[in-house]
Design a binder for this molecule. Structure first.
Ligand code: HSE
Length: 310
């Protein structure tokens, strides 16, 4: 057993428009890093968090890293003592799977520290326990792609049935992170409990279309399947400039656009990188006209997921 391990976990785009709580993908470069170190006394201690402006809890019953690691240790009947050091690379309340990345990086580091008692996929329930602490619901559409990389479908939650989907090589993602926060619990609260059968039909058609598009590498099909009648109509009202940005990026050549997770970050898919600059330019113009600052990133789809750094 190693004395300490560091792991990285990537940002994720959950829902992917039509796949509310059942689809997500991981993106490159952005993410969180967690170092886990053995200590003599039993118990989990969150020693330090950087990059969060002092906003995340160190309390191990409230911190997503500690909650996830505790769930893993409980499953193993392990009473080892662990120190956790979290480096936040992801903005909080952004819709980029920030709480998921922290929990997953902590799990991957701890699993390696204990000589890999679990396969990656088996770490999912522990990460979902942490999501429940973070936003009240143990959804898996951030933690699953964060762990496994690529596009992931959660076909069912009980029992958990996770399916990795193919990623067309030329599929490119842009994320637009406007400078304000949206709490996942608040963003979930605006969604209606019930939908009409006619809406369910539209949603299923689009989920099926998106998945078929990924398998067939049919970019037009992927683009026209990025439609959501469950969450987007209600959440768009919480996100200034949503429809204006959508119109602008589609006119600039994007395949489609939607809300990343619970927002306010928006994701845009494009075929290759050729149109990325004009899409970014079009989006920035809209945000400028609304007086909103925005950070933007573009990357390929991350197909590896979380990994041990050292
Ligand atoms: N599926 C979740 C939601 C993702 O939309 O609330 C939260 O990041």
């Amino acid at each position: 057993m190693k004395g300490e391990v560091r792991a990285f976990a990537p940002a994720t785009v959950a829902n992917v428009s039509c796949g509310f709580d059942i689809l997500g993908f991981a993106i490159d470069t952005l993410g969180d890093v967690v170092r886990v170190k053995e200590k003599k006394e039993p118990g989990i201690q969150v020693v330090s968090i950087t990059g969060d402006q002092g906003r995340l809890p160190l309390d191990p019953t409230k911190n997503t890293c500690a909650v996830a690691v505790q769930a893993l240790l409980t499953e193993l009947n392990q009473t080892i003592g662990l120190e956790i050091y979290l480096e936040k690379g992801l903005p909080l309340g952004s819709g980029l799977g920030s709480s998921a990345a922290s929990a997953v990086a902590a799990l991957v580091a701890t699993n390696r520290l204990l000589d890999d008692p679990f396969e990656k996929k088996q770490l999912l329930p522990f990460a979902m326990a942490a999501e429940k602490i973070a936003c009240g619901v143990g959804h898996a559409d951030n933690v699953a792609p964060c762990l496994l990389g690529g596009f992931v479908l959660i076909r069912d939650y009980q029992p958990l049935d996770i399916i990795k989907l193919p990623v067309p090589k030329d599929l490119h993602c842009i994320v637009l992170h406007p400078h304000f926060e949206l709490n996942t619990a608040d963003s979930r609260a605006v969604i209606r409990d019930r939908i009409a059968v006619s809406q369910a039909t539209i949603q299923s058609g689009n989920v099926a279309g998106l998945i078929a598009g990924l398998f067939q590498e049919d970019f037009e099909l992927i683009g026209r399947s990025l439609k959501d009648v469950i969450a987007e109509p209600y959440r768009a009202a919480l996100i200034p400039a949503f429809y204006q940005v959508k119109e602008a990026v589609l006119a600039a050549g994007a395949l489609g656009m939607g809300i990343s997770g619970s927002g306010p970050t928006l994701f845009v898919l494009s075929k290759g990188k050729d149109q990325v600059q004009q899409i970014l330019e079009a989006a920035r113009l809209v945000y400028d006209s609304f007086g909103l600052g925005v950070d933007d990133y573009h990357s390929s789809i991350n197909t590896e997921g979380a990994y041990v750094l050292d």
